[in-house]
Design a protein around this ligand. Structure first.
Ligand SMILES: Nc1ncnc2c1ncn2[C@@H]1O[C@H](COP(=O)(O)OP(=O)(O)O)[C@@H](O)[C@H]1O
Ligand SMILES: [Mg+2]
Length: 310
């Protein structure tokens, strides 16, 4: 008899309901004005939106960043009130949050950094004395098992093993920072990953690393909330749902075709259809081209399956 879960129970989804977010201490300057999202494991949701629409605010609020206050609404994951949990507890519940990546830690190797992150996660959300992540007999991972796991993930991400001995983010290029992010994600095996791919400082290499990394990790237990300025990234990471965020609200949700339409028309028409006043030109609302996009599709290498016509 085949074993399958049927439709996913509500409490296995990331549920965002009526989320309002303002800058910390500046509640009159509300940025997010009621966001509703429901993301299941095994689903990839993309959020696109013009600059200043609140994309990064959403990612930061979900991560528990202290620069933002949640002024209304709720976020549930595995039936838990995420907003009541500290960022590290969110991670221990299987959420993967880009916020936790330190800028640079001289003296701390990539391997040690990822091992501490994994050990922290293994503690579980409710610490008990029975679980000691530093002790393999108490649910921790032994040095040997960790090395094997790291090696396996690095091979899957086609990364050079020497990378594990480098110091965290010290002298890292944009692409190497993305590699660290993807490697950490691979080792931690999250069930809900929230990635904010900003348009600044993302070169073609970094974009390719993200696309390859996410595709290598997609599995029925992983939900992805991919925030991106680049429609083109969605040619390489296939979204199940695309949401358009504008002026702090989700004004449209649809399939992949919505992202294609955005690339063709920019945000202008969809915003007007949603009844939003746009006092900026359609040019300003064009969907930015990814760096190198006009240079012959270098991202093609990141496609999950072959079949790019020459
Ligand atoms: N900490 C903050 N304090 C005040 N305003 C902020 C803060 N963070 C973001 N904003 C404002 O909120 C809006 C949305 O910003 P952001 O979430 O970064 O948009 P996006 O990522 O979509 O470009 C912008 O107008 C921005 O200036
Ligand atoms: Mg942003």
């Amino acid at each position: 008899m085949t074993d399958h879960n049927g439709s996913q129970p509500q409490d296995q989804r990331l549920l965002i309901r009526g989320l309002h977010v303002a800058p910390a201490g500046k509640h009159e300057a509300e940025i997010l004005q009621g966001i509703d999202l429901s993301i299941g494991q095994g689903e990839v949701h993309a959020i696109m939106g013009p600059n200043g629409s609140g994309k990064t605010t959403l990612a930061y609020a979900l991560m528990g960043h202290p620069a933002y206050d949640v002024t209304g609404g709720e976020v549930l994951w595995k039936g838990r009130d995420v907003l009541a949990l500290s960022p590290d507890k969110r991670a221990r519940l299987g959420m993967f949050l880009a916020f936790q990546y330190p800028t640079a830690i001289p003296g701390l190797s990539v391997a040690s950094f990822i091992r501490s992150a994994l050990n922290a996660k293994l503690q579980g959300v409710d610490k008990t004395a029975d679980v000691d992540p530093t002790d393999p007999m108490k649910g921790g991972i032994s040095m040997r098992d960790f090395r094997n796991r790291l090696r396996e993930k690095m091979a899957r991400l086609r990364m050079d093993e020497a990378f594990a001995t480098r110091y965290v983010n010290e002298g890292f290029s944009g692409g190497e920072k993305k590699r660290l992010e993807m490697l950490q994600m691979a080792v931690l095996e999250p069930e809900m990953a929230i990635l904010d791919e900003t348009d600044s400082g993302l070169d073609i290499d970094a974009l390719r690393i993200v696309a390859e990394g996410v595709n290598a990790m997609l599995n029925p237990n992983l939900g992805v909330l991919l925030i991106t300025h680049y429609q083109r990234l969605l040619n390489y990471i296939q979204p199940d749902v695309v949401h358009v965020l504008a002026q702090g609200r989700i004004v449209r949700s649809g399939g992949k075709d919505l992202a294609v339409r955005l690339e063709e028309e920019g945000y202008g028409p969809i915003l007007r259809e949603a009844g939003l006043e746009t006092n900026v030109s359609d040019e300003a609302l064009a969907v930015p081209k990814a760096p190198g996009e006009d240079e012959g599709g270098e991202l093609a290498a990141a496609r999950p399956t072959a079949g790019v016509a020459g």
